[in-house]
Design a protein around this ligand. Sequence first.
Ligand code: ATP
Ligand code: MG
Length: 274
Amino acid sequence: MERDREAGGAGSVTIAGVELVLAPPDDHDVEWIDFDACIQRLAAAWLRFSPKEPPLTPRIIGEPGVGKTTLACAVAHRLGRPPYIFQCTMDTRPEDLIVTPVLTADRRVSYHASSLVSAMIRGGIAVLDEGNRMPERAWASLAPLMDDRRYVESAAASVKIHAHPDFRLCVTMNQDASVYELPGYIQSRLKPRVDVLNPPWELQEQILRQKCPTMDAALLASVFELLKQRVERGVHDTTRDMLALALYAEKLRRSDVDDPLGCAARQVLEKADA
Ligand SMILES: Nc1ncnc2c1ncn2[C@@H]1O[C@H](COP(=O)(O)OP(=O)(O)OP(=O)(O)O)[C@@H](O)[C@H]1O
Ligand SMILES: [Mg+2]
């Protein structure tokens, strides 16, 4: 790395004569209430006891809304490293993951590093969110990053970019039908598997209390009651669904709608029941 400028925004670096504009880290609020030693299991995968030993690249697996992205960001915060989230989609191209050339107003080409490459340069933690929505050709460009080579190559900018020693990577995935089966050589690099399950009931109560601090206490108690009855019937709502239910019920209450909880339940939990 030849030059590193941080003034204004996330800064830029010059590598082999090419200036790369960096993306800023993610700064959304991440409060994680831990269970099942999720924090330790993920943090352990990223430990490194000697420079010869590459850190592992865990895949975090669980239902949509169970807390996978939040867990990855929470561990990054706990380790004092900035998290960089890259949202993977079916349209993600290899260059989107690495460096994208952008035409400037004065007709120059400026090279913009992805959030993944920005994390590699800054020594942050990159979260490839919903990784199995991304096709194989995009994954192929990451193979050297996920073994002891720890670099990526940008065809657009003609540079090889080496990861900072503190850089760590993880991938979140859920197992619905709209995803790709990853090729074997990528699957074998995405180890260990960290499963995130629905937290125990008491913790879900705690999460709801924490995330809905201004909610009417009686309404919150009714939300718990309704959710608990569903658990007893064997229906397990994810944390995101529970939060959406509680937050919407409170909005309906403040909008003077009759039976805010019943109404919110019909509109929020309908899909989970279907
Ligand atoms: N253990 C937890 N502690 C605190 N908040 C939690 C916890 N689990 C889930 N949440 C909250 O639940 C919501 C959903 O979490 P998140 O977006 O991380 O889920 P996800 O598994 O990544 O979902 P998806 O597969 O759709 O990307 C967030 O608002 C998050 O803050
Ligand atoms: Mg997520």
